[in-house]
Design a protein around this ligand. Structure first.
Ligand code: FES
Ligand code: FE2
Length: 438
């Protein structure tokens, strides 16, 4: 197969038409270029600090395909270390999680402390006197924002706060639900999809597909007494105001906004009272307007290139992904909880989270099938090589079930791949920025 050539996207503002060349979903050359020009130049999510609360706690995982150890050193500082032995390359840590002061490579026994320093080389006498024991390397940059730890493989990347642009104000809104700090619930979801990674980005911010792709989930909601008409009215917002698509800059976006109202009923009055008490605390500490935003605003936030933070009343999801090859991706998901809401409400949100986002839930398998179906459809080849992402382009303000958020992704993607600047969409959103932010 020949290397696909730009244009990868057609962004026709006059005709309100936006299309994506389907070669970018199937090409090995494109994936190699994405690694070099996107994954190696941007900030990538590694983990949440609550996953490793104590010194020497660790988690192993992959970041854009690179194995890392996400740990805390003796001083409690977060460290991200490449999980590859400087001796001959083996993974130094082969467990998913634990607490360990010293990581010993199983191959020849070289040992490293929690900051990556090499502390033991067996038979060191066999090496020259000047042999400096090499330690575990780290990505070029590691920074954290409100407990979310990111790494970049590029020294040149802008600082994380600048990179996050307007998204950081939404992270603030999310994090301010808790005074003690959001906590990742125990357990991790890991699953894979036979599809290109960019299809999952599109799907994770797609309000258009919900009713057609997920009938089983909605049937379950109706059976459990949820007022579906009210729920759909909150999702199908076309009235403007403070719901729709927020352009957060740098390819980041949020589809959602105020009063999402996708509430879960708390059957237990004590649990409901604990949630209400936390919301009252938020209102007192942040004032009525911002407090309402913290309590009631949310949605599907995408942080370019591969992080999703999704929060509604029925749970908070962290999702990230790794392309393995152009037609196969790995997904990792975690649930975040607000400790002040208490165990019972947390568990109920956990059940809602599982019912929708769990890999065996009532929605995610539908999405997996939809993405794999698209990937199979791409085999039709040159007769139908363009996908259409134009929905809402002719509107003054994009609705939650439009596709502006996907165009923001594709324009940033195209800018990094081709050097063509990602121009804002005329007539784009003028939604209010969260109040009280610097
Ligand atoms: S590869 Fe790790 S000690 Fe040899
Ligand atoms: Fe879906």
């Amino acid at each position: 197969m020949s290397t696909p050539q730009a244009p990868f996207v057609i962004d026709d503002r006059d005709a309100s038409n936006f299309r994506v060349n389907r070669e970018v979903f199937v090409s090995n050359d494109i994936l190699a270029q994405e690694h070099a020009q996107i994954f190696e130049r941007c900030w990538l999510f590694v983990g949440h600090e609550s996953e490793i609360p104590a010194p020497f706690d660790f988690r192993t995982r992959k970041v854009a395909g690179r194995p890392v150890i996400f740990t805390r050193d003796k001083q409690g500082a977060v460290q991200v270390l490449y999980n590859s032995c400087p001796h001959r390359g083996a993974e130094v840590c082969r467990e998913g999680a634990g607490n360990r002061k010293i990581h010993t490579c199983f191959y020849h026994g070289w040992s490293f402390d929690s900051s990556g320093q090499c502390v033991l080389v067996p038979d060191q006498d066999s090496y020259g006197e000047d042999f400096g024991r090499p330690g575990l390397r780290s990505p070029a940059r590691v920074e954290s924002y409100r407990g979310f730890v990111f790494a970049s493989f590029s020294e040149e990347v802008e600082d994380l706060t600048t990179y996050l642009a307007e998204a950081r104000h939404w992270i603030d809104l999310l994090c301010d639900k808790s005074r003690d700090g959001l906590q990742v619930a125990q357990g991790t979801h890991e699953y894979s999809i036979r599809a290109n990674w960019k299809l999952l980005i599109e799907n994770s911010i797609d309000g258009y597909h919900a009713a057609t792709t997920h009938p089983t989930y909605f049937e379950m909601l109706i059976a459990s007494g949820v007022d579906l008409a009210k729920l759909m009215a909150t999702v199908k917002n076309t009235s403007g105001g403070d719901r729709g698509c927020f352009d957060l800059g740098n390819g980041h976006s949020l589809v959602g906004g105020a009063n999402l109202g996708m509430g879960i009923d708390l059957p237990n009055p004590e649990a409901a009272a604990q949630v209400a008490a936390n919301q009252d605390r938020v209102l007192q500490e942040h004032g009525a307007e911002r407090g309402d935003q913290v309590n009631n605003w949310g949605g599907n936030m995408f942080i370019f290139p591969s992080l999703l933070l999704i929060w509604t009343d029925f749970g908070i999801l962290i999702r990230t992904l790794q392309p393995v090859n152009p037609e196969y991706l790995e997904v990792t998901g975690w649930e975040l909880r607000v400790p002040e809401e208490g165990k019972e409400a947390g568990e109920l949100r956990g059940q809602s989270y599982l019912a929708f986002w769990g890999p065996g839930g009532l929605a995610t398998p539908d999405d997996v099938e939809a993405l794999e179906s698209c990937q199979r459809g791409f085999k039709t080849g040159s007769q139908s090589i363009w996908s259409d992402i134009s929905r809402g382009m002719a509107r003054d303000q994009a609705a939650m079930d439009d596709e502006l958020q996907m165009r923001l992704f594709w324009r940033k993607w195209n800018e990094l791949m081709t050097g063509e600047p990602a121009l804002p969409e005329p007539g784009g959103l003028t939604l209010p920025r969260p109040v009280d932010v610097g």
